[in-house]
Design a protein around this ligand. Sequence first.
Ligand code: FES
Length: 138
Amino acid sequence: MSGAPVGEIARRRVDERGVAALVYDASDGSRASVIVMRTAGGYRAWRNRCPHWGVPLAPPRGPFLDETGERLRCLSHGALFRPEDGVCEDGPCPGASLEAFTVEECGEVLRIHEPSPVRLSASRGTVRLAVPGVGEEA
Ligand code: FES
């Protein structure tokens, strides 16, 4: 699994539209939220933060969906995102993506993990990129 879990949510809390919010205390002390979606491809989780201006898509508990109930919507300027891959397909940031969290299915509970941290290190002019779970050079 990727980063540390930020919390759990019961499957039954994902509403009839297939969406729920998990509100948690972020490492910077702020209250943050993750949007949990049930899609045809399984559960997905997205940070409630728009890639356009870096502000929340909506208040911590939503509303997150557009009128059709098929896409996530940013309330600031109306960007629309596909729930399956988090990519903006309409609005001011086409092609930009929401930040994905990992969903671990544990029986009736969905455990939400923050994205894997990316570490950068430099020595003698070489910059190394290390992503946990992906092979690193020796
Ligand atoms: S801040 Fe989300 S569309 Fe502009």
